[in-house]
Design a protein around this ligand. Structure first.
Ligand code: O7M
Length: 215
């Protein structure tokens, strides 16, 4: 499970991360936390789990390169990028990631209702491009397990699928794991819970039960 740490307070971010670290495989940080605390938060959180920087990078190759360099220099283990800007823009991110021995996740499709308007129709093309370009993984929606299943069918066991939309957006962890996701991404259902630790433990148990069923 990946914690989406979309809080805007440094102390809260550190407290929650420490609290749930036993149950999470990585922490995803993005604009909400980094714009308020700065890139330095990446190294502070890295003592709890590997860090995925969610900047949904979507620019020309040169700008993408500059962004990725800053993010990897700051200590992130992976970066999330958009694929709709084209192969050259994605290649720039993957080149920098390989220089730093880090990973790139590409957004195939998005989990919110609007995700079906523009992105879903090109999701399969983006998925294939991400495979050809040598990405480490894909982001695919837990709110639409059938789309995750389709993406898994396209890529076989080649890439790692991480899947947001569990809990607050209506997706269910066990459903999307059954559909072929490797990790679920969970934000509000953990960091807004009365006990983030208990909430994380419950979702981890649900995932374990699903994996036991499959094996
Ligand atoms: O569990 P939530 O809904 O509070 O948080 C979900 C997190 O996943 C939040 O950080 C979103 O920005 C992110 N996300 C989506 O919810 N849907 C997507 O399609 C893609 C992402 C994401 O992480 O993209 C990389």
């Amino acid at each position: 499970m990946i914690l989406a740490l979309d809080v805007t307070d440094r102390e809260e971010a550190l407290r929650i991360s420490e609290d749930v670290s036993e149950f999470v495989d990585a922490i995803k940080v993005g604009y909400p936390l980094i714009l308020t605390t700065g890139l330095g938060i990446i190294r502070e959180l890295a003592k709890f789990a590997p860090i995925i920087a969610d900047f949904k990078v979507a620019d020309i190759p040169n700008t993408n390169r500059l962004i990725c360099e800053q993010v990897f220099k700051a200590g992130a283990d992976a970066i999330i990028v958009q694929g709709f800007t084209g192969r050259d823009s994605l290649d720039a991110c993957i080149e920098v990631a390989s220089e730093y021995k880090k990973s790139v996740f590409v957004v195939s499709e998005m989990s919110h209702p609007g995700g079906s308007e523009f992105l879903q129709p090109v999701g399969e093309v983006i998925t294939r491009m991400a495979v050809d370009a040598g990405s480490f993984g894909l982001v695919a929606p837990a709110t639409r397990p059938e789309r995750v299943k389709n993406i898994r069918k396209i890529i076989g066991d080649k890439l790692t699928i991480i899947s947001p939309g569990v809990g607050a957006q209506g997706g269910k962890a066990s459903d999307v794991i059954a559909a072929g996701a490797d990790w679920v991404i969970v934000g509000r259902s953990i960091y807004k819970a009365e006990s983030p630790r208990k909430a994380a433990r419950k979702i981890a148990a649900e995932i374990q039960a699903e994996l036991r069923k499959e094996n």
